[in-house]
Design a binder for this molecule. Structure first.
Ligand code: MN
Ligand code: MN
Length: 298
């Protein structure tokens, strides 16, 4: 990696860390999810970054891929996972935390387990660690606290404008002896009281361009051109399109989706409807250093 790339990666991480600190203070029970998402995404821009994906606000048994709809009416409650992405010219930071808005002991324990598993993984990681060892450490840390990890969600390597790039970082011992090696990685344990896997739920309103293509409708072409310029290969959401283009934008988005150009992510729901907590950091692993980009520094 070039020195300039590393600087941008670190700067994106620093912004993400600051946004997390802001969000932890700002979020209160019963606050509209729409307001929370907009405040977080505005804070990212205020600090000079761009959202690398729509902020995920996933409640209780929804593990991930839930972002407020453009006409969202739900409010914050339960075990809330807040997953935040920041990018600077495509150099990404990906970080998440969980909040217990119900003041329940079980929620707090689940969150503590996810955080402890993340801390353990961060402590163990270096270029020469086999992937399975990271997973094993995560699974064990959750297990001694009486919780399952979600096995079909994993951390991932991160590329430029590419959120999930190549390597998966398992949350359990997957028998992969291959070393993690040099790179930028998101580590993200999910702990649960449920069965330990997720299934697809409702459509999320989060999209990504999946292939090139054309739409007949002229306005839809304008919206597509905007998506390609503004978001490139990064995820975006219907809420953002509504903000830019109004309800015509939502109709256009439908047309673009029907043309097969977009993939819409489903929400990811715990298979046993167990509650889910998540903790996530982005970490840079090079010959020179091991650097948690999204950790808040003084
Ligand atoms: Mn994330
Ligand atoms: Mn991630």
């Amino acid at each position: 990696m070039q020195k300039e790339e590393i600087e941008k990666i670190k700067e994106a991480g620093k912004i993400a860390g600051q946004v997390v600190a802001y969000a932890k203070e700002m979020i209160q029970p019963k606050m509209p999810l729409l307001e929370i998402a907009e405040k977080i995404e505005s804070k990212i821009e205020e600090l000079g970054g761009k959202p690398a994906f729509p902020v995920n606000l996933s409640i209780d048994e929804i593990a991930a891929h839930s972002t407020p709809a453009w006409d969202e009416t739900r409010t914050a409650q339960g075990l809330l996972k807040v997953d935040i992405g920041v990018h600077l010219e495509g150099y990404i930071a990906d970080t998440a935390f969980s909040l217990d808005l119900d003041n329940k002991e079980e929620n707090k324990k689940l969150i503590e387990a996810a955080e402890a598993a993340l801390a353990k993984a961060v402590e163990k990681i270096d270029m020469e660690i086999p992937l399975r060892e990271i997973g094993k450490a995560i699974e064990k840390t959750a297990g001694v606290r009486g919780f399952q990890v979600i096995r079909n969600l994993s951390g991932h390597s991160i590329g430029r404008y590419d959120l999930h790039f190549g390597v998966n970082i398992p949350n359990y011992d997957n028998n992969k002896e291959e070393d993690i090696g040099e790179g930028l990685y998101a580590i993200e344990p999910f702990t649960t009281t449920g069965l330990g896997s997720v299934k697809d739920g409702k459509p999320s309103g989060i999209y990504v361009i999946q292939k090139q293509g054309n739409v007949r409708d002229e306005f839809a072409r304008t919206v597509l051109a905007y998506i390609l310029t503004e978001h490139k290969t990064l995820p975006f959401c219907a809420r953002w399109i509504y903000k830019k283009f109004g309800s015509r934008g939502i109709v256009a988005l439908k047309r673009i989706e029907e043309a097969g150009i977009l993939h819409q992510y489903p929400q990811l729901v715990e298979r046993g409807a167990g509650k889910v907590a998540q903790a996530e950091h982005t970490i840079l692993v090079t010959i020179q250093e091991k650097y948690v980009t999204t950790a808040l520094k003084n």
